[in-house]
Design a protein around this ligand. Structure first.
Ligand code: MSK
Length: 665
């Protein structure tokens, strides 16, 4: 093993990795080095949907000549493999969304008293979209019940269209209808994807991939969007707040409890419980000064966005967090949780606690979450962490560095920040793009990955894009990568952004990278893009906007589902790493050229970060040219409306008779 190979671009992570090596502790970084990917499976050329095989479709002229025992061609096999990834990713987001809908239903029906509806304004906004009556004396819980039931219909509907299809611009909807991509019901699309890709069913690559897109759209405009909306309704629509990121968030003299995974419900109640006086007294009785709550991955993003709970980072930081020796309990729910943490935790004092009935890990303890007794479960978990504090040993790679973070940019806040409560709109953003002050918008999303210097590609692209006056909307571990680098602050704009973007960020007081949430919150990008289309002056559909999606370090099937729903919605998407369909030229062509013709979106795979950057800027510039916008030149702008600064917004609100209730207030 070459000791000089950088495993993580996160300086603090790298220190812990080094410490781990010195202590013979293995993490995903060493395992990734040892276990090279199988090149046949990695490029989509391995078929194992039946057991006549598995078949390897390799060799000279494999594209034209290779056949499985049943006669399946390489493009068929590659397409099937991709569609199965989309189905799995869609199932993950959407099953999470289903649980959110059940929680909303339980709250509205009075079955649980531990949660309340925090954002009535957002509830009414969603009710309006769904055509549900609200206001006029109608009880909030009745509205919430109808909203929950209506959204649950999206899972089981057999015919028709998802509720939220109508939130997309008309032209985008027309493209879906024309090309057979409009999703009917989430469960139906996932089941049909599994059926079509089983042995001996759908063999026509383009036909398979079209259903893949329909399944992905059920994820974006179904599962992800439902989850985002209900989470906002129950726990509040995010607005900017200050927090911190990296391993320095752990405290030597307090109980450190970490929430990890994706579902926000239990974490939300833990946020409440850790500040209960009895719990703090309990922690003190164990010798600690208090209880320090932190997060990892996307559960972290949920509580960071709404409560400013600090994050220790993304996917590849989970084992490293334990190796600080400071984590008294790590509670996990679902998705992106490495089973390795249970084994590793035994070398430290950390208790790993699984909480979902869907997800257990050998070697971890299990405390069953139940929304009907959420507070009781949360208290039990906090007590386990407190009880474990006295067991903390001296060993561990204690790290003190941490970085300030500004997070909490929801669709609603971005709208608000451009005009105040009474004039909220996307006009100023569209104007800034039209004038060339902002060159375009990039969604920087997806996982961090131990097969590259982890977080390094996110960091490189974040800096280079903002230098080029590209506004970034970040989610998931992309946000964690930027946060643990100190990039999620307004100062980042002063130091690194191009002149146009810098001016915009200074005028509004925002960072050039807007952390908009967890991976399910990529749905916020869909609604933001739809609002920009509706605002006018750019494209009148999502396709054709100077906008690109990038997931440079993706690893999850969920990322594939996200990439495909963006492509089908009209956004060119570039993923890092080797292509999971790279073995087939035909599939690669469909996903880039054919999808671009039909949907104005595409899905590329490109391992070289410089090429990712060049391709993204090229898409943005070509979209500008097609829209006949001013040619982008750094530092040269056309006329545009003046963006409202904070003082002007306050002035406007003072004049209003009704005080500003905050976003969603
Ligand atoms: S946690 S899906 S590693 S973004 Fe959402 Fe991060 Fe990717 Fe999991």
């Amino acid at each position: 093993m070459d000791d000089k190979v950088i495993k993580s671009a996160n300086k603090e992570a790298e220190q812990i990795i080094e410490w781990g090596r010195a202590h013979n502790l293995e993490t995903c970084f060493e395992r990734a080095e040892r276990l090279k990917p199988c090149p046949i499976g990695a490029s989509g050329a391995c078929c194992k949907v039946c057991y006549i095989g598995p078949c390897r479709l390799v060799g000279k002229n494999a594209e034209e000549e290779a056949r499985g025992v049943c006669g399946a061609s390489l493009p068929t096999v590659a397409a099937r493999n991709l569609v199965r990834m989309i189905a799995a990713g869609t199932a993950a987001h959407s099953d999470h969304a289903r649980d959110m809908a059940f929680t909303l239903l339980a709250v509205a029906s009075g079955e649980t008293k531990d949660f309340q509806i925090k954002d009535v304004r957002k509830l009414y906004r969603v009710a309006e979209i769904l055509g549900i009556e609200f206001g006029n004396g109608r009880a909030v819980n009745d509205v919430a019940k109808d909203v929950a039931l209506k959204l649950l219909e999206d899972f089981t509907r057999q015919k028709g269209e998802l509720n939220y299809v109508k939130r997309a611009p008309k032209k985008t909807q027309e493209r879906w209808r024309k090309w057979g991509g409009t999703p009917r019901g989430i469960d139906r699309e996932v089941v049909e994807a599994m059926h079509r890709t089983s042995v001996g069913v759908d063999h026509e690559p383009d036909h398979l991939l079209t259903h893949g897109l329909r399944t992905a759209l059920a994820d974006g405009w179904g599962g992800c969007m439902v989850s985002t909306d209900i989470t906002d309704i129950l726990f509040g629509t995010p607005k900017p707040l200050k927090a911190e990121a990296s391993f320095g968030i752990f405290k030597e003299d307090e109980v450190n409890l970490v929430v990890h995974g994706h579902e926000p419900t239990l974490a939300e109640i833990i946020v409440d419980v850790v500040s209960e006086p009895e719990m703090i007294a309990y922690a003190k009785s164990k010798g600690a000064k208090g209880i320090n709550l932190g997060g990892m991955c996307c559960t972290a993003n949920e509580v960071l966005m709404r409560h400013g709970i600090p994050t220790a980072g993304g996917f590849t930081n989970q084992e490293l967090g334990i190796m600080t020796g400071l984590v008294d309990a790590l509670t996990v729910d679902v998705q992106c949780i490495m089973p390795a943490i249970a084994e590793l935790s035994k070398k430290f004092h950390t208790k790993v606690i699984t909480t979902s009935e869907k997800a257990k890990i050998p070697g971890a303890m299990h405390v069953q979450y139940d929304e009907h007794k959420a507070r009781e479960v949360a208290r039990a978990i906090v007590k386990i962490a407190c009880d474990n504090y006295p067991n903390r040993k001296k060993e561990g790679s204690h790290i003190t560095d941490k970085y300030p973070v500004i997070a909490g940019f929801s669709h609603e806040y971005i709208e608000y920040m451009q005009g105040g409560r009474w004039r909220e709109s996307f006009r100023p953003l569209n104007d800034a793009i039209m004038a060339g002050r902002i060159r375009g918008v990039v969604g920087l999303a997806g996982c961090d990955n131990p097969r590259v210097p982890s977080t390094g590609l996110h960091r490189f692209l974040a800096v280079e894009l903002i230098k080029n006056d590209v506004l970034i909307l970040s989610t998931g571990c992309g946000s964690a990568a930027c946060g643990t680098a100190g990039y999620l602050t307004p100062e980042m704009a002063l130091e690194n952004a191009g002149p146009g973007l810098r001016e915009v960020c200074e005028a509004i007081g925002i960072p050039p990278i807007l952390h908009i949430g967890a991976c399910v919150d990529n749905s916020r990008i869909l609604t933001i893009a739809s609002a920009m289309a509706e605002e006018g002056g750019l494209s009148d559909e999502i396709g054709g906007m100077p906008a690109v999606g990038i997931a440079p370090e993706w690893m999850s099937e969920k990322a594939i589902a996200i990439g495909c729903y963006f492509a089908a919605s009209g956004v060119p998407v570039i993923f890092g790493g080797e292509s999971p369909v790279g073995a087939s030229k035909e599939i690669t062509k469909i996903m880039t050229e054919v999808w671009f013709e039909r949907f104005m979106g595409a899905m590329h795979f490109e391992p070289d970060p410089e090429k990712i950057l060049a391709l993204a800027l090229d898409y943005i510039d070509k979209a500008r040219e097609k829209l006949k916008l001013r040619k982008y030149e750094p530092g040269k702008f056309g006329a545009e409306r003046v963006l409202m600064d904070m003082a002007a917004r306050r002035e406007l609100e003072k004049k209003s008779a009704v005080p500003h209730a905050g976003v969603g207030g």
